[in-house]
Design a binder for this molecule. Sequence first.
Ligand SMILES: Cc1cc2nc3c(=O)[nH]c(=O)nc-3n(C[C@H](O)[C@H](O)[C@H](O)COP(=O)(O)OP(=O)(O)OC[C@H]3O[C@@H](n4cnc5c(N)ncnc54)[C@H](O)[C@@H]3O)c2cc1C
Length: 237
Amino acid sequence: LVGDTYVVNGSKIWTTHAHHANRMIALLRTSDTGRRQEGITAFGIDLTSPGVEIRPIISIDGEHEVNEVFFSDLRVPVGARIGGEGQGWKIAKYLLEFERGTGLFAGRLRSSLRRIERVARELGRLDDPEIAGDLGELTAEIDCFEMMEFMTLSPVEPGQSPGPVASVLKLRASRLKQATSQLGVKILGEEALRFDADVGQMTGTLVAEALSARAATIFGGAAEIQLSIIAKSLARL
Ligand SMILES: Cc1cc2nc3c(=O)[nH]c(=O)nc-3n(C[C@H](O)[C@H](O)[C@H](O)COP(=O)(O)OP(=O)(O)OC[C@H]3O[C@@H](n4cnc5c(N)ncnc54)[C@H](O)[C@@H]3O)c2cc1C
């Protein structure tokens, strides 16, 4: 902190859609003493300021969604601070419950499954009992998951957060996303091995989905972190 301005140096990797954004919530280290969590402060940073550079990261599926953001002597006014100094970790945990728990993922999972079913029909694979069984099982799983989402979110009053159950939803949604997209690859069979930019659009989309789904158990907090939160907060282990 210099006068009423914070001078920021460093970088943040994996910033989704930073190239479309003009603001970013950043958790910055403002102190090296005491508990590590207490040395973090939240800021709303103007990404158009001098001292900000956004470099693209192209993911395994060929998409540009994530970025690395670099800060070089970026000047951030005290007024851009969210909450008090050292409250960043608390604020981050609060925001993460919304990221993890309010995605309403079931609709998106169901639409992926429908697309996969369409490809299976086109390729004549719907008669394969194993494929039909997998489709049926995932349909039931997604329906159950949707009920869980409704049960969890409907009692959340405005102004309240979903609580640690958000980790259950995040974990289940990410595993269902991986299982669903993996079924798409199974249906394509050897065709999936030919994935590159020139492959027919549907083939490319299903393979791209399966590759990108690998990240689902990492972003928003890795699966093991969700399991730890569930064990500590819900199962009280
Ligand atoms: C596609 C993508 C998009 C992302 N978008 C954003 C974004 O927009 N904004 C943002 O801030 N971040 C974003 N991230 C970063 C993401 O939130 C982190 O990568 C994620 O939380 C994992 O943290 P980490 O990379 O530090 O790995 P770590 O947490 O260090 O995990 C590394 C490995 O160690 C394991 N591990 C860690 N701790 C424990 C433990 N206590 N017990 C058991 N195992 C453990 C993990 O399971 C994992 O296998 C994104 C990441 C990806 C891949």
